[in-house]
Design a protein around this ligand. Structure first.
Ligand SMILES: [Ca+2]
Ligand SMILES: [Ca+2]
Ligand SMILES: [Ca+2]
Ligand SMILES: [Ca+2]
Length: 291
């Protein structure tokens, strides 16, 4: 059961949030713009004083990420902050303002097979830590996760990696090699924010080490359109895109334009492998309620 923590946790989060809204008016969620400053300072202080075993990832083998304090013996090594790149991710606060969050990421090894999307199913081994070193979530052996159900910092980070290759051993076991390995440092606003569990305090900045073995494309609503392509506004994310305004996002809606015809039945009626646009107005039939 443990190996489904991330997925189960996101469902759990939903329950907690509903309860807060309905039952507890006195609960005030912290402001993103202040919390992000606090979290990023904590993360950057940590990253400045730590390094990792980057030398181990210059080959195809399977090593774990080991984060070490910088001390006298390794004082010439670059710090995690030196090694990290930053992707900024906007998070909307309750007033609808966009608050910029830094996802700090280190690609220990890119991986040599396929690119993946932020809503793919991924086969990953990972460890999630707090900056005090406590491990709150871990799967030493890979498991399948639907990235659409994971926290934003996790899926954006993992999507920068590529998958690996594998050999089948004589005993039927699988050996993965040259897969992507990354470390991702995220403020709580792109993590679990005000939500908590017995092992995860609220407003925790998070550190995830991830190995990406394999992936599959997803089509969550089985309508013939891959989930990542159900991104109507073109912001790179199929979340919130909702053509017919019924609050069911296109990636989960089997009738995207709400015209009573299932998307799967109107994508390509003449089977010529071209998406149909009967009135030639640039809007394909499955997104056009008039067709
Ligand atoms: Ca779909
Ligand atoms: Ca979108
Ligand atoms: Ca919809
Ligand atoms: Ca339709």
């Amino acid at each position: 059961m443990k190996n489904k923590l991330l997925v189960i946790f996101s469902l759990f989060v939903f329950v907690v949030q509903c309860k807060k809204d309905d039952d507890d008016d006195s609960f005030i969620v912290r402001d993103y713009s202040e919390q992000v400053q606090v979290d990023q300072e904590l993360l950057e202080n940590f990253m400045q004083t730590h390094t990792y075993n980057y030398e181990d990832f210059n080959n195809q083998l399977n090593f774990d990420i080991r984060i070490d304090t910088i001390t006298e013996y390794n004082s010439t090594k670059p710090s995690l902050l030196d090694l990290a790149k930053i992707q900024t991710i906007d998070v909307q606060n309750s007033e609808g303002e966009s608050i910029s969050h830094n996802l700090y990421y280190i690609i220990a090894r890119e991986g040599s097979n396929q690119n993946i999307s932020i809503v793919d199913s991924v086969y990953v081994a990972y460890e999630g830590k707090l900056i005090d070193g406590f491990t709150f979530d871990k799967n030493k052996f890979p498991i399948w996760l639907d990235m659409a159900n994971t926290i934003e910092g996790f899926r954006e980070g993992v999507s920068k990696l590529k998958t690996g290759f594998y050999d089948e051993n004589q005993d039927g076991t699988i050996n993965y090699k040259s897969f992507g390995v990354g470390i991702f440092f995220m403020p709580s606003g792109i993590g679990y924010y005000e939500n908590s569990t017995s092992t995860l305090p609220e407003y925790s900045p998070l550190i995830f080490s991830v190995k990406l073995m394999s992936h599959t494309d997803t089509d969550h609503d089985n309508d013939g359109i891959k989930s990542i392509l159900e991104d109507i506004d073109g912001d790179g994310k199929p979340f919130g895109d909702d053509t017919d305004g019924d609050r069911l996002w296109n990636m989960y809606d089997s009738d995207d334009d709400g015209d009573g015809i299932l998307t799967i039945d109107e994508i390509d009626k003449n089977d010529d492998l071209i998406i149909d646009d009967t009135d030639d107005d640039g809007v394909p039939d499955y997104l056009d309620p008039n067709n």
